[in-house]
Write a protein that binds this ligand. Structure first.
Ligand SMILES: NC(=O)c1ccc[n+]([C@@H]2O[C@H](COP(=O)([O-])OP(=O)(O)OC[C@H]3O[C@@H](n4cnc5c(N)ncnc54)[C@H](OP(=O)(O)O)[C@@H]3O)[C@@H](O)[C@H]2O)c1
Length: 274
């Protein structure tokens, strides 16, 4: 059985590929740039672009199960592409090629509807906040041992990308996931100051937390990740100040073990913080 992984070179996708290979699955990985993909030997790497569904036919040949990664549908303006305005085309192409099971992450709008209306066995994975967002703090941690943040009253329960991938891998390989929508979170609800403490413990360094005003906090975040991403993330921080996200049991229910902590995540990414 061949499993096609899209987004295979990304933070989540690499972990999906690793998990599938470890469990003995035959993996084909889609990338726009096979030469720079750096995927494990055991993986068949194929070239293709989700924004150009015509390029997917060879990648989909003989595929029984597939992980669909949404990134492609968000970044560029769809009008720049000839045959792409409609991301549902990739879902159609998969069903037409005989894919029986589709697991998709963060699928929204028309894409989500196309998946849930499709004849395939589908599972949706909605990850919530990524621990990876804490990499925005890496520069000031590296250079000054400090995090300056404008939303000190907005707790979060971010999730490790390896846990997202483990849920996706379970849904690709296991039984009983068809028709499920898995909302994920990390294992703990933490204030920003507690998040900074957990990162400090993970990298073995005392860190300071300095609250900023919202105005200063936005400017800092824009410096860290650009205006568009900053404003997108800030919407969540504002919401969480009065309506915090919930810690969800899904990772443990699906994978059989508790989700990885932020401390573990920081240790896994210690190199970015040194
Ligand atoms: N940050 C958060 O808190 C958060 C929360 C929920 C959801 N998300 C979602 O998570 C995603 C980010 O995940 P990540 O960190 O794993 O991503 P990432 O590391 O940035 O990886 C991006 C992947 O997308 C692939 N890709 C991009 N455009 C493509 C195209 N046109 N055709 C085929 N593949 C394409 C890339 O493959 P190649 O370059 O090899 O072609 C790469 O594997 C975003 O979609 C975001 O909306 C994020």
């Amino acid at each position: 059985m061949t499993i096609l992984v899209t987004g295979a070179t990304g933070n989540v996708g690499r972990n999906v590929v690793r998990g599938l290979v470890e469990q003995g699955a035959r993996v084909r990985a889609l990338t726009r740039s096979p030469r720079t993909a750096r995927l494990p030997e055991a993986v068949e790497v194929v070239q293709g672009d989700l924004l150009h569904p015509r390029t997917l036919a060879p990648a989909l040949e003989g595929v029984e199960r597939m992980f669909l990664f949404p990134q492609a549908y968000r970044v560029p303006a769809p009008e720049r592409f000839d045959d792409v305005a409609d991301p549902t085309r990739a879902v159609e192409a998969a069903a037409k090629a005989g894919v029986r099971r589709l697991v998709a992450m963060s699928a929204t709008g028309d894409l989500r509807a196309a998946i849930t209306d499709s004849p395939m066995e589908w599972t949706l994975v909605d990850p919530g906040e990524f621990m990876l967002n804490k990499q925005y703090w890496a520069h000031s941690i590296r250079t000054e041992g400090v995090v300056r943040f404008g939303y000190p009253d907005s707790p979060g329960c971010p999730v490790h990308e390896a846990d997202i991938a483990d849920v996706i891998t379970a849904a690709l390989l296991g039984d009983g996931h068809t028709g499920a929508t898995y909302e994920l979170s990390g294992p703990h609800l933490l204030t920003p100051a507690e998040q900074v403490r957990a990162i400090g413990e993970g990298i073995g360094r005392d860190l300071r937390f300095e609250p900023l005003t919202r105005h200063e906090g936005r400017a800092e975040l824009v410096r860290q990740c650009g205006e568009e991403a900053a404003d997108h993330i800030i919407e969540y921080y504002v919401e969480w100040a009065t309506n915090p996200p919930r810690v969800l049991p899904t990772v443990e229910q699906v994978t059989g073990r508790p989700g990885r902590t932020l401390r573990t995540w920081a240790a896994d990414h210690a190199a970015s913080f040194r």
